[in-house]
Design a protein around this ligand. Structure first.
Ligand code: SAH
Length: 222
């Protein structure tokens, strides 16, 4: 076996361990989500110097003061979208592109907005290299959503918002689910908002910690 192949095999073992030790015991149960988490090569989305830590049970820095979320957080938020394969999903905060790849495995189409042009470009390259052809990355302030492709059956925000941006609930399809951390700098409550016709139902899940959602209808400064 070549060195490169041996390395990939080791990463694949670490990925399986991540699913068995970090995700299943904490209640991630959707078989499609577990399979996607077992497939997406997370080590390709972290800085090369940190590849050995890619499958560890915590977030990692990806540059520009941003982070790639902990595997459990990615799985838990994704599971809340209840994707069956036919949905169009909007993601706010592409970051490394890892969460985007997990969504691309589970949805028909993913549109991901990132405010940092450099992070967006890097993520786009990685996703293309891995063959994801159902993803569009747009450099934009996600607090305005993305009207051209609305409505969305799922919206996921991977940065902490001071409140739920109105544009996002407006762009949610009937029956669609919005997963978003809302609260102060430091800690937020992970919320799921479901559109039922003209009504919005709101559910609190658990406390979490994300970098700030900075934009017109978010935090005004990091
Ligand atoms: N899902 C990502 C997490 C990235 S961290 C991952 O797993 O890698 C949050 C990201 O949100 C950062 O890249 C940050 O630049 C981006 N962000 C912050 N405010 C934003 C906004 N208003 N619109 C779009 N992206 C934003």
């Amino acid at each position: 076996m070549t060195t490169a192949a041996a390395r990939e095999e080791e990463f694949s073992r670490q990925r399986e361990k991540m699913v068995q030790q970090q995700l299943r015991p904490r209640g991630i149960a959707d078989p499609r989500v577990l399979a996607a988490m077992g497939r997406v090569p997370r080590h390709r989305f972290v800085p090369p110097a940190m590849a050995a830590e890619a499958y560890a049970d915590h977030p990692l820095p990806i540059g520009k003061g941003q982070t790639i979320s902990q595997p459990y957080m990615v799985a838990a938020m994704t599971e809340q979208l209840r994707l069956t394969g036919s949905q169009k999903v909007l993601e706010i905060g592409t970051g490394s592109g890892y969460q985007t790849a997990v969504l691309a495995e589970l949805a028909a189409e993913v549109i991901s907005l990132e405010i940092h042009a450099e992070l967006a470009r890097q993520a786009e390259e990685k996703l293309a290299a891995l063959g994801y052809d159902n993803v569009t990355i747009v450099v934009a302030d996600g607090t305005r959503g993305y009207p051209p492709a609305a409505p969305y059956q799922g919206i996921i925000v991977t940065a902490g918002a001071p409140h739920v941006p109105r544009a996002l609930t407006e762009q949610l399809a009937d029956g669609g689910r919005l997963v978003i951390p809302v609260g102060r700098h430091g800690y937020q409550m992970l919320k799921v908002i479901t559109r039922e016709g003209t009504r919005l139902r709101e559910e609190d899940l658990f406390l979490c910690s994300f970098v700030p959602l900075v934009g017109e209808d978010g935090w005004r400064s990091p």
